[in-house]
Design a protein around this ligand. Structure first.
Ligand code: BGC
Length: 409
């Protein structure tokens, strides 16, 4: 395997998201959908809201020097325009706990779940959604002040829109007709949600996407007004489309990369100081190769991270791998998968991508959206009965890579 040393000061860590780990969030669209039996119940999750110090102790013991987390919009703005200062204080404590342990915080302001008042009144189909979102983002950054330097506005706008308005597996459960012929399947719903398909959802999908570009741009400007020094970016999941030599397949791959990545990123990139790259999936048209599968049923193909990073390197912004990881309950392939991810990242660096950090998804096993708790991405195993944390062997493989700043054996 190629030897690759990463730049000094490279960030190594792991990521989580508030709803997936904190527990006790009941006033958001996902909790409501769970009460209606449309998605699995999240409930106490990993109780990370109260156990964060213990969890950050583990991250520190594993050599991490950064951590990506999200703050929960529904906690901070439980009613429209009314902000809860106690929740801000909670997140201040969380940031303090990270800093005390030498973990640089990276905050995502919104990671999929919406406050109920917002989703019930139309969510990102509201005309004033960009203003509402920008107001919330600016409030958080202003209150958290000097304690965090790195912010992402939106996590994976395309996954949010695609699962919510195209495939109908996530709130608000809207589906396109004939979607099985037009969708890349990443997140199914174990409860079998199959809402009726409606033609107008095609328009709604594109309209929400457009609103999200405006929401990001407005949030960026609002944050910069009050905290010009803050680093503001967006987190995009690359679905890496490639093809065999067949020209039709190559056209399909080009078109899908344009739709999924460039047509969106082109509209927000001017308002990005940095870009967060999430990578899990590739789709090679005309491929005959047989891949090992993760517990999600996804191809084991960590090598795709190299091209994923190069796809975004064209924007000449610093990049972070804000998520990449594998569902692997038995910890059969995770160590090797991480090693191959780091090698792929090293190759992207060597080819000119300005990569500044890597955050494995996830620090902890957690609520994997419409799959519930059955999929296990964690470096740390969670026993949901007892909340016991057990560090998996692969976490030590990652620790060794970190200690060598990316040098692989
Ligand atoms: C999301 C995470 C999710 C992970 C694994 C990403 O799309 O940001 O919330 O758990 O993928 O599916």
């Amino acid at each position: 395997m190629a030897q690759q040393k990463f730049p000094e000061g490279f960030y190594w860590g792991a990521a989580t998201a508030s709803y997936q780990v904190e527990g006790g969030i009941e006033n958001c669209d996902w909790a409501k959908a769970a009460r209606e039996g449309k998605v699995p119940v999240c409930g106490a999750a990993c109780e990370h809201y109260t156990r964060y110090e213990q969890d950050f102790d583990i991250a520190k013991s594993l050599g991490h020097n950064c951590h990506r987390l999200s703050v929960e919009w529904a906690r901070i703005e439980p009613e429209e325009g009314k902000f809860d200062e106690r929740e801000i204080e909670h997140y201040r404590e969380v940031l303090r706990a990270l800093r005390e342990r030498g973990l640089e915080p990276f905050i995502t302001l919104w990671h999929f779940t919406l406050p109920l008042w917002f989703s019930e009144s139309g969510g990102f189909e509201r005309k004033d959604a960009p203003t509402i979102f920008a107001r919330y983002c600016a409030y958080v950054v202003e209150r958290l002040g000097e304690q965090c330097a790195h912010y992402a506005t939106i996590n994976e706008p395309l996954s949010f829109t695609s699962n919510g308005w195209r495939r109908g597996t996530w709130p608000p459960f809207e589906r396109w007709p004939l979607i099985k012929y037009a969708g890349v399947s990443s997140h199914t719903n174990i409860l079998g949600m199959r809402p009726p398909a409606r033609g107008k959802n095609v328009l709604r999908y594109f309209s929400v996407l457009k609103t999200l570009t405006r929401a990001h741009n407005a949030a960026h400007d609002a944050i910069k007004m009050i905290a010009p020094q803050a680093e503001v970016g967006i987190v995009h999941q690359i679905l890496f489309f490639h093809a065999n030599n067949n020209p039709l397949n190559q056209f399909l791959a080009w078109f899908m990369n344009w739709h999924w990545t460039y047509s969106f990123m082109d509209k927000v990139v001017e308002k990005c100081d940095v870009i967060g790259v999430n990578y899990y999936l590739h789709n090679k048209f005309g491929d005959t190769a047989v891949y090992d599968k993760t517990d999600m049923g996804w191809d084991v193909y960590p090598e795709g991270l190299e091209e994923a990073l190069l796809m975004l390197a064209r924007y000449n912004k610093p990049l972070y791998v804000s998520e990449a990881g594998v569902a692997d309950a038995k910890d059969r392939i995770r160590g090797d998968y991480i090693t191959r991810l780091v090698a792929a990242m090293g190759r992207a660096l060597a080819r000119g991508a300005d990569v500044r950090g890597f955050m494995y998804w996830s620090l902890l096993d957690n609520y994997e959206w419409a799959f519930g708790f059955m999929k296990r991405f964690g470096l740390v195993e969670i026993d949901y009965e007892t909340q016991k944390r057990t560090i998996r062997a692969s976490a030590f493989v990652y620790k060794k890579i970190i200690e060598q700043n990316g040098m692989l054996e």
